[in-house]
Design a protein around this ligand. Structure first.
Ligand SMILES: C[S@@+](CC[C@H](N)C(=O)[O-])C[C@H]1O[C@@H](n2cnc3c(N)ncnc32)[C@H](O)[C@@H]1O
Length: 288
């Protein structure tokens, strides 16, 4: 397992930007704010409401919701990991904010709140790290008040562009073997990152009890020129703390030397080339 990322706070502040140029980091930051704003528009938060940000991380959604409520309601910063809550609390303390929020250390599969206790539940990129998504969505439904809303965003990694799609078999040794293994990795039902798509999420929401949940697929196309060092970052950076990197995932099928040769081939082929990528995600807007 990867040791280069010690906790979620570090991942959110550093690792998620791995392999990006300063311009790309700025674009990603703007995109995160735009995603946040769409979730909050869907949520229609009112000043007196109780709102939970499940898997709040460094507080992307919760801080903005707190600002929108002007500290007059209750925003619950909730996460399974204490480092995230500590980081958010430090910012609140440093900003002199003393009311309008609560901190809740709790896994999203068993949220430590009673049923029908919140008006709005917000989430961004959390289900993608949960193997049993049904359990987490059932919990969201349970804690929402009747008429309450669940508004979220999740990446659909399974249908993103895969490496083999942007490579030329003539330049990559064992291209077919790596293509087969990459497809197998991306369709592993036990891997939280890719064991779902927009259809399975909709089914999860319906099973939990949400009537006519909206699950809107968004496909984003981007293109850029691959720069030196980027390929190395893509392969070595963990997708979340403690989870195997892409290199480590390939090493379950090939020895290290073979994976290193593949990475070298990928690097030689892609560096300096313009690549076009497709990334998919969904916005969820569901009412109890
Ligand atoms: C990709 S981050 C997203 C953070 C934040 N929502 C944002 O939009 O920046 C995933 C978050 O999910 C949290 N998380 C992971 N597993 C969890 C679980 N089982 N229950 C609750 N939170 C979890 C992590 O601690 C992390 O804060």
């Amino acid at each position: 397992m990867s040791e280069i990322c010690k906790n979620w706070t570090q991942w959110l502040k550093q690792n998620r930007f791995a392999g990006q140029t300063p311009e790309m980091i700025e674009q990603t930051t703007k995109w995160l704010e735009a995603v946040r704003d769409v979730i909050l528009v869907f949520a229609e938060i009112l000043p007196h409401e109780t709102v939970i940000d499940i898997g709040c991380g460094t507080g992307l959604l919760a801080f903005k919701a707190l600002e929108m409520q002007n500290c007059k309601g209750k925003i619950i910063f909730s996460d399974k990991f204490q480092d995230c809550l500590n980081d958010c609390k430090r910012i609140l303390d440093e900003s002199g904010v003393v009311e309008g929020y609560e901190m809740l250390l709790s896994p999203c599969e068993h949220i430590a709140l009673s049923e029908s206790s919140v008006h709005k539940a917000l989430m961004r990129s959390v289900l993608v790290h949960i193997v049993n998504k049904q359990l987490a969505i059932n919990e969201v439904y349970r804690i929402l008040k009747p008429g309450g809303k669940f508004c979220a965003f999740e990446p659909i990694i399974r249908s993103n562009t895969r490496y083999w799609e942007i490579l030329d078999p003539l330049h990559i040794e064992k291209y077919d073997d790596f293509k087969r293994v990459e497809n197998e990795i991306m369709e592993n039902p036990l891997d939280s990152l890719c064991n779902f798509d927009e259809k399975t999420l909709k089914t999860n929401l319906e099973i939990a009890g949400f009537g006519f949940p909206e699950v809107k697929l968004q496909e984003v196309k981007s293109s850029y020129i691959v720069q030196g060092g980027m390929v190395n970052e893509w392969f070595n950076n963990p997708p979340s703390p403690g989870q195997p990197s892409t290199k480590e995932r390939f090493m379950k099928y090939f020895d290290e030397q073979t994976v290193n040769k593949y990475m070298q081939d990928v690097q030689n082929y892609l560096t300096g080339r313009e690549i076009s990528l497709k990334t998919n995600a969904v916005f969820i807007n569901a009412k109890k």
